[in-house]
Design a protein around this ligand. Structure first.
Ligand SMILES: [Zn+2]
Length: 331
């Protein structure tokens, strides 16, 4: 395969804190021979494990980028044993446009793996992560939130995996993150995901959903900052004790596609349960009101499992096919 066109402007192997870029050549109307400049920080001190911390895989999710830009600035190399690679806004064009997918090629980075060195801009980012960053990492922490169209109960998550030892290490890292909720996810549609690429390489992969609505809150940013340092302490990269969560994490299961409540209609969504609310199978979690004329009955959307409401559609209007709500099962 041809080499990646992306060039790192910093050395991954030298001790200290270095801030630079992943420079991705992108010649275009407003910049002949120009490049996309993706910020990256590498903080290294001697030998030890390597953690790869990423935000902005989707460009409209903010807890990860806030926590990671802050960490890049404040993490003291003297407190580190090993290497921390920080990419606060991985799909940088999407992040700058405040959109889920890239405005350049409309590709969702989290469905673009393993990527292609001669593909579109987003495919080139995926290829660089796949072939340059992932092989260096022992653990990947990839931040997500709900973006502009979903809102989540704050949780850290890992996937059910065929390798029980790899799965146990991932769930131990989730426990260490100490979010208010911790989720065991069975991924229904995992082709092309960063998660799958890392897991197939045998890496410990941990992700989050920390809020949404295309913004961030003080409480969810605090969870992201604490969780990041806790995972680094768990790996032995950061010295000192992990910061305990105010409440013990509550484990939830997302065992099947039955968790997802999809709308087959367009209209005005009336939430019937708020985030964190208990639901039983058959309960109405939302009603979709037709809006083309008055006097029509709403369509009722029902939970298919007993559990907690962990996500909801964020904008008030839904389209056919939208995810209206997600139910997870308490363990
Ligand atoms: Zn996301």
């Amino acid at each position: 395969m041809i080499p990646s066109p992306i060039v790192a402007t910093i050395d991954f192997a030298a001790d200290g804190a270095r801030h630079g870029f992943l420079r991705l050549p992108y010649s275009r109307d407003d910049s002949a021979w120009g490049s996309v400049m993706i910020p990256i920080t590498v903080i290294r001190n001697g030998s030890g494990p390597t953690a790869l911390l990423t935000g902005g895989n989707h460009g409209d999710e903010y807890e990860g980028p806030i926590a990671l830009f802050d960490l890049a600035r404040t993490l003291d190399p003297a407190t580190v044993s090993g290497t921390v690679i920080i990419v606060p806004a991985l799909n940088y064009p999407a992040f700058r446009a405040a959109t889920r997918t890239s405005p350049i090629d409309k590709v969702n980075l989290n469905r673009a793996f393993p990527g292609a060195p001669d593909g579109t801009v987003t495919q080139k980012i995926a290829d660089y992560v796949q072939r340059a960053l992932l092989p260096m990492a022992d653990l990947v922490l990839d931040f997500h939130s709900g973006g502009r169209t979903l809102d989540f109960l704050p949780f850290c998550a890992a996937h059910l995996l065929p390798n029980p030892e790899q799965e146990a290490r991932a769930f131990a890292a989730v426990e260490a993150f100490a979010a208010p909720f911790s989720v065991r996810m069975l991924e229904i549609d995992n082709v092309g995901m960063f998660d799958t690429a890392a897991e197939e390489m045998g890496k410990v992969f941990v992700t989050t959903e920390l809020g949404g609505g295309g913004t961030a809150r003080a409480a969810t940013v605090a969870i992201a900052k604490r969780g990041t340092r806790n995972v680094l302490a768990h790996l032995g990269i950061l010295s000192g004790e992990a910061e305990p969560a105010p409440e013990p994490t509550r484990w939830l299961d997302m065992p099947s596609g039955d968790c997802f409540v999809l709308s087959e209609d367009e209209g005005l969504m009336e939430p019937m349960v708020d985030l964190g609310g208990a639901v039983a199978a058959g309960d109405v979690v939302a009603r979709i009101h037709p809006v083309t004329r008055a006097g029509l009955a709403p369509v009722e959307l029902r939970a298919r499992l007993d559990g907690l409401l962990v996500a909801r559609h964020f904008p008030g209007l839904v389209k056919a096919g939208d995810c209206a709500a997600v139910v997870a099962v308490a363990l």
